[in-house]
Design a protein around this ligand. Structure first.
Ligand code: TK8
Length: 350
């Protein structure tokens, strides 16, 4: 026995759906009967975590990105920002991205080198002579192809941001020559190439997460560390470090990245928007970072004993770390090292 009522309800629904499909010409118009369009109404939360504090250019750029993303997604994406290693250190946050338990982070390339070895190339000592050369190489095919390599490791690289040239600080003495570095217990980022470079200079390096650094210096576990001017000032390192030298020995950019697990779940339009806005905010981040590094270099002169080396005075430091190139060339990929060096030269000849 047919249930007449049921048959007519079904018939009406089918007719209604058919005319809706016909009128809108939209195959997705069936959503009123199903959940095909659920995706479009879904909201997503991005937790973005960094190691630096909320005064950094990195955090300010994240704030700008958050505004853009929330506006352009019409509220479909909500972004929560965490600074000062609240979600973990660089390595831990990358692992969380792989697992899909955190969505966004922006680590230095130094710890990324332990996930994708090729990334060590941007941590070769004295690789870039200035910021503009770094921009040129990072935004070139070489830099962009490297970002793609992160995908195999569960991360999507969106853009290179700047941290800045790194300078050596310590609590013992003014550093003017590599001989002054001898025996200094220096914290480095977690990357064996950084350790090797400091060993070549005669220091006694030890790798450590950024979040542990301030108290390690305060307690004298380490004598020194290296970071850009902005970080030395804004993280109050000058309170526990008396000397700084403009060694500028390594660039180690930031990479803004998103969890692949999360990204793959997003509708296409949101994926596209995230990539586009990340590119836009990159220029802002680099600009304010440069302004801030210049400003805080000057401000540090009131707080620390600042040694400014000339290009000639930096030469012995450069020579001391040259063995690192040979030692790590194969691990990074000799061809990649060669083509990056070539790109650097290309920019100088422009
Ligand atoms: C912040 C780090 C930091 C880096 C370091 O998470 O570890 O010294 O310079 O900025 O990425």
């Amino acid at each position: 026995m047919f249930n007449k009522k049921l048959v007519s309800v079904v018939l009406v629904l089918v007719l209604l759906g058919g005319s809706l499909l016909y009128l809108t010409g939209d195959a997705n118009a069936w959503w009123i009967f199903g959940d095909d369009k659920e995706e479009e109404n879904k909201t997503y939360t991005i937790r973005a975590g960094i190691g630096l504090n909320d005064k950094s250019a990195q955090y300010k750029a994240l704030e700008k990105w958050k505004q853009m993303v929330e506006k352009r997604s019409d509220g479909r994406i909500k972004m929560e920002l965490y600074h000062s290693s609240q979600l973990g250190d660089d390595r831990e946050m990358m692992e969380a991205l792989q697992l899909g338990t955190q969505e966004v982070t922006c680590p230095s390339t130094a710890p990324i080198g332990e996930f994708v070895s090729e990334f060590k190339v941007f941590d070769l000592p004295f690789l870039f002579p200035n910021n503009e050369t770094a921009d040129y190489v990072l935004d070139s095919k070489i830099g962009q192809n490297l970002l793609k390599k992160l995908e195999d490791k569960g991360m999507i690289g969106l853009a290179y941001w700047e941290n800045g040239f790194r300078h050596l600080t310590n609590s013992k003495r003014a550093v003017k020559t590599p001989a002054d570095v001898k025996g200094l217990k220096a914290r480095t980022m977690e990357n064996p190439m950084h350790l090797a470079a400091w060993r070549e200079m005669g220091a006694n390096p030890t790798p450590m997460a950024f979040g542990e650094l301030f108290s390690a210096m305060q307690q004298g576990v380490v004598d020194g560390q290296e970071n850009p001017w902005g970080t030395i000032y804004l993280q109050n390192f000058y309170e526990v470090q008396d000397y700084v030298t403009n060694t500028g020995h390594v660039y180690s950019p930031f990479v803004l990245m998103i969890s692949k697990k999360f990204y793959d779940k997003l509708p296409k339009d949101l994926q596209k928007m995230l990539k586009e806005t990340a590119k836009e905010v990159k220029d802002y981040q680099r600009r304010i970072n440069r302004e801030m590094n210049a400003e805080y270099r000057e401000k540090l002169k009131d707080k620390m004993n600042v040694t400014i080396l000339s290009a000639e005075e930096k030469q012995p430091f450069k020579e001391a770390v040259q063995p690192v190139y040979d030692k790590y060339k194969d691990e990074i990929g000799a061809d990649l090292v060669e083509s990056v060096l070539q790109k650097v030269k290309e920019y100088q000849q422009k």
